[in-house]
Design a binder for this molecule. Structure first.
Ligand code: HEC
Ligand code: HEC
Ligand code: HEC
Length: 468
């Protein structure tokens, strides 16, 4: 054989070989495998696990000088923006994957942004083919049906990343009444001047609209007060998630020296016990008597009734397609397109994950430049609870329910208006500049989040922008 044809033949064999390898790795998983196994296979082959875990097993070439810096940079950036380990663990154990993780993976597969192009150029077969995309998207849908059945929503909206707020959840009516009294009772504070409602007034959307709240003796806190409405749906309470439940949360403010300033729950219980009528009614529901556990339980029961169903958006999701204006419907589409719904997901449009504030641009540096406002302890966010460096500047994503009424915005209360909060989110969390026209539509959509409490639309009579 002539050398030239030998080369040609070798070349042809090589190309065919490549194509075969490519086909083999690129094949969709065997459809007879269980759905969780198919998903795991696709995510492993796509390198998702490699770039999105803390200590991936780097292959040998990660030690070659150029590859190393490129790969470790991607793994670092990848792990910073998404930790896939909780999802892989849940899948392996047949348990529920968080709704935010579902929304994130769904979105990047729909957009075709993952795996990063630089990865699949180096690894044949790691890009997601249509068949593999279908495996992931089908799995997400099935997983939602299994773990987050969305029966309130109309058929065509069952698989949305956001679910309507239910009209009610199961509570003990007598305990709710006791909790309501306690929530409004200034005897929980050291000098009888402050109640939960002082900072979370039910008449003003569960907030005080101050940048920082006034506590006992006019002391200022260091972080903006979130709304108490719908807080039941959060996976933890506080910006840094330091309380696991509503009852744990309610134990905080009464003893906090800058909020309510009581010395102990024994002191509070003793004050309440002097009220013979209240004690009698309390004992009827809690025979074990007044103590931290029963007082906070009653408050939590009441907070479980602070739900705001039937916003225009929820009515739309439930099938009333006229409930939102055209502008609001477009705003919802943009809200999903700009990835907002990957963090602001679930029933509460938030409250289900800790996210880095400044995912795509340095928020704190810009704040320092623009507002001359340096870093505070509160800015550390979740890190204060875990001491894990990855958690620094991570905050529990706030709810966007009733957000038009809960100004000012962000954990530092530094943003006065909703349109500004929206365009800053696009910049700092999504890495995109949002044109004004889009901001207005998203704002209209967020106005459709104002829900009903006891059958009446929430309102807020506080002056629109409150300067502190
Ligand atoms: C080569 C490393 C690499 C691979 C492989 C990779 N990612 Fe990523 N991923 C990144 C980086 C870097 C970012 C953040 C920056 C970006 O989006 O460009 C990211 C961001 C994400 C995000 C956050 C969403 C966002 O837009 O910020 C999700 C979710 C995600 N990846 C899922 C996946 C899934 C699922 C796969 C597998 C199909 C995958 N990734 C494969 C590196 C990778
Ligand atoms: C002096 C004002 C003030 C008082 C009084 C007060 N809070 Fe708060 N509340 C705040 C602030 C500020 C935060 C956020 C603190 C943080 O995240 O570190 C907060 C957080 C919360 C949260 C968490 C919401 C979320 O999304 O994480 C709930 C629920 C809540 N408060 C309920 C209550 C209850 C119940 C009481 C009475 C027992 C109470 N608060 C008393 C100011 C106050
Ligand atoms: C990567 C996750 C993530 C994405 C994506 C994201 N957000 Fe946020 N959002 C957050 C976090 C975290 C905060 C709280 C930031 C802080 O307090 O410093 C927040 C705060 C907000 C607030 C203020 C709420 C309040 O009560 O303070 C609004 C409004 C908001 N986001 C809207 C949006 C919109 C609109 C988009 C899409 C353009 C979006 N978000 C995308 C995580 C995200």
């Amino acid at each position: 054989m002539k050398t030239s044809s030998k080369i040609l033949l070798n070349g042809a064999v090589f190309v065919v070989g490549l194509a075969l390898i490519y086909r083999a790795v690129n094949q969709a998983p065997d459809p007879s495998l269980p759905a969780n196994e198919q998903l795991t296979q696709v995510l492993n082959e796509g390198g998702c696990v490699f770039c999105h875990t803390e200590n991936p097993d780097l292959p040998f070439y990660a030690n070659l000088p150029v590859a190393k810096s490129m790969i470790t940079a991607h793994v670092e950036a990848g792990y910073q923006s998404f930790d896939i380990a909780p999802m892989m663990d849940a899948v392996a154990q047949g348990q529920a994957v968080g709704e935010v993780d579902l929304a994130k993976v769904e979105k990047c597969v729909i957009d075709g942004t993952m795996p990063l192009a630089s990865y699949y150029l180096a690894h044949w077969g790691s890009s997601l083919t249509d068949a593999k995309k279908a495996v992931v998207l089908g799995w997400v849908k099935q997983h939602r049906e299994q773990f987050y059945p969305n029966l309130l929503a109309a058929e065509q909206f069952r698989n949305e990343p956001i679910r309507p707020i239910p009209d009610s959840v199961a509570v003990d009516a007598a305990k709710v009444l006791l909790g309501k009294e306690l929530y409004h009772d200034t005897r929980l504070s050291g000098d009888g001047s402050v109640s939960c409602a002082s900072c979370h007034d039910i008449e003003t959307a569960g907030v005080d609209n101050h940048r920082y709240s006034d506590g006992i003796g006019g002391q200022l806190g260091g972080v903006n007060a979130p709304t108490s409405y719908n807080s039941y749906f959060n996976f933890a309470q506080f910006w840094d998630g330091r309380a696991a439940t509503l009852a744990d949360q309610a134990a905080g403010p009464p003893l906090n020296p800058v909020e309510m300033g009581s010395a102990s729950f024994e002191e509070i219980a003793a004050r309440l016990a002097e009220d013979a009528d209240f004690s009698k009614r309390f004992l009827a529901s809690y025979p074990e008597g007044l103590n931290q556990q029963t007082i906070t339980d009653a408050i939590a029961q009441y907070e479980m009734t602070l739900l705001t169903p039937n916003s225009a958006f929820d009515r739309y999701l439930k099938g009333d397609l006229q409930a939102m204006t055209d502008e609001q419907v477009e705003g919802y589409a943009l809200f999903k397109e700009y990835k907002c719904a990957t963090c602001h997901a679930g029933v509460n449009m938030g409250g289900l994950s800790y996210e880095l504030m400044g995912q795509r641009a340095d928020y704190f540096k810009d704040r320092e430049l623009n507002m001359k406002s340096g870093l505070t302890d509160s800015d550390n966010g979740r890190w204060a609870q875990t001491g894990v460096e990855r958690d620094r500047y991570r905050f529990k994503t706030p709810t966007l329910r009733n957000v038009a009424l809960t100004w000012p915005y962000y954990h530092d209360g530094s943003v006065a208006t909703l349109d500004e909060a929206i365009s800053m989110m696009a910049r700092y969390q999504v890495g995109r500049t949002m044109p004004d026209a889009d901001v207005h539509k998203v704002e209209a959509f967020l106005q459709a989040q104002t829900g009903q409490y006891q059958g009446k639309l929430l309102t807020n009579s506080n002056p629109a922008v409150h300067e502190h």
